[in-house]
Design a protein around this ligand. Structure first.
Ligand SMILES: [Zn+2]
Length: 102
């Protein structure tokens, strides 16, 4: 069963500390996976799609293990059991969240 949330889409790039918030690499916008229904560009992050990213030199990330995945052997240990995404964004999201009010 495919869980159609942005976080399961090949174009989703999560933020490091709030993984359900991320960037849509396709549309260039911020999305909240918990609440938003994926758009028509939704493409499941299947093992083949994830392997294609590795072949293009992009790294992946296992959300469950908090581990960067850099090759296909490593990918196969996690995919299917764990949530594998693009490597999380570690910059602007955090600063916005961390800033105290006035
Ligand atoms: Zn894992």
């Amino acid at each position: 069963m495919i869980n159609e949330q942005c976080i399961h889409c090949i174009y989703f790039k999560p933020s490091m500390f709030k993984p359900y918030i991320g960037q849509c690499l396709r549309l260039g916008i911020t999305v909240v996976s918990k609440t938003e229904v994926p758009c028509s560009n939704f493409k499941e992050a299947s093992i083949e799609e994830l392997k294609n990213k590795l072949r293009r030199g992009e790294w992946l990330y296992c959300m469950n293990c908090n581990l960067v995945i850099t090759d296909e052997d490593e990918l196969e240990k996690h995919v299917g059991k764990h949530l594998v995404t693009s490597v999380p964004e570690i910059d602007e999201f955090i600063q916005e969240e961390a800033m105290p009010g006035d």
